[in-house]
Design a protein around this ligand. Sequence first.
Ligand code: SF4
Ligand code: SF4
Length: 372
Amino acid sequence: MSNKVYFADLRSRSNLENKGNKIVNLFDKAGFKELFTPEDLVAVKVHFGERGNDSYVSPVMIRYLVDKIKENGAKMFVTDTNTLYYGSRHNAVSHLETAILNGFDYSVVGAPLIIADGLTSENEEIVEINQKHFKKVKIAGDLAKSTSMVVVSHFKGHGLSGFGGALKNLAMGCATIAGKLDQHKCAKPIIKDNCNGCAICFDSCPTDAIIMKSVDNGLIASIEYGSCVACMNCMDSCENEAIDVDWKNDIPLFVERMMEYAYGALNGKENKIAYFNFLVNITPDCDCVPWSDAPMVPDIGILASNDPVAIDTASYDLVNSQKGFKNSLLDKNFKKGEDKFKGVWDGVDGTKQLEYAEKMGMGTREYELIRL
Ligand code: SF4
Ligand code: SF4
């Protein structure tokens, strides 16, 4: 059986067709009004964007959603969780400062900002899931306690999971730092033979897990796996592409572990979640990187659904149906129908997310696209 995914393109010739009104129409058409009651505490799960990134979903768009939820009298907060890597959102203080710098503030979004896992990610709720990789998962306390959610995702590429959308927003986005580490730790970095000993990775490692070893002709990097937290800062920092992961064995496991966390984030509110995917600024990387690379395809539109698998499948198909941009990270798969995510991250198959999430019963890859 298919599930409905509502789609608004980005063409506008009047105020009735501006993006805000498109969001309001999607909300109404998808029947989300029925999801929220005055008793609800609704978590509007966004990505506040790393400092230096500007491709996250604009707080101005979030305001339209907040105002719609308010119509039903529900109380809500706009939220995200602290990051595993040591960037500008690793604790609640720097995270809120970054959020405000990126335009998220009560005066803009119309609701309080809360970092759902607390000051240093100590606010955690253990959720029992009894799946293949995890019996229990570590979900941010305030997300676990919320009675319903609106999951707002910027759909884009991701170096380790192919793409990031609603499912990844639930998985990594709703986990505490310890939960993020649980998902990541099966995929540790490997130093390759072309390491030139420049030590850039050494400086990037938050846990001092990289040591520079003397060899006959200079230095090479080496990793102490006991202290590595698999944050992948080193891989991102190496300009020589000398750090890799085991794409064949570790990455499929990582993707499955992520989906089990997504399953845990839904716990108790499976029928009380609205999903919005924004197919704009479709960059090759996620919004955790402190830059925004040129998009791989043109802006497409906004999707809404109550099924995270269906909305991510539809988003994936819509991106791949576009012609790729030559002035982007894409170096192949430019034609319509070719996989743009594999065009930049060849080692990972993003469809594995969809397949595994469907297998766990989180939704269906069969969807009916309803154009507004
Ligand atoms: S940044 Fe890359 S090339 Fe430089 S030491 Fe680290 S692994 Fe080697
Ligand atoms: S070695 Fe790399 S992946 Fe491991 S903790 Fe250091 S920066 Fe992160």
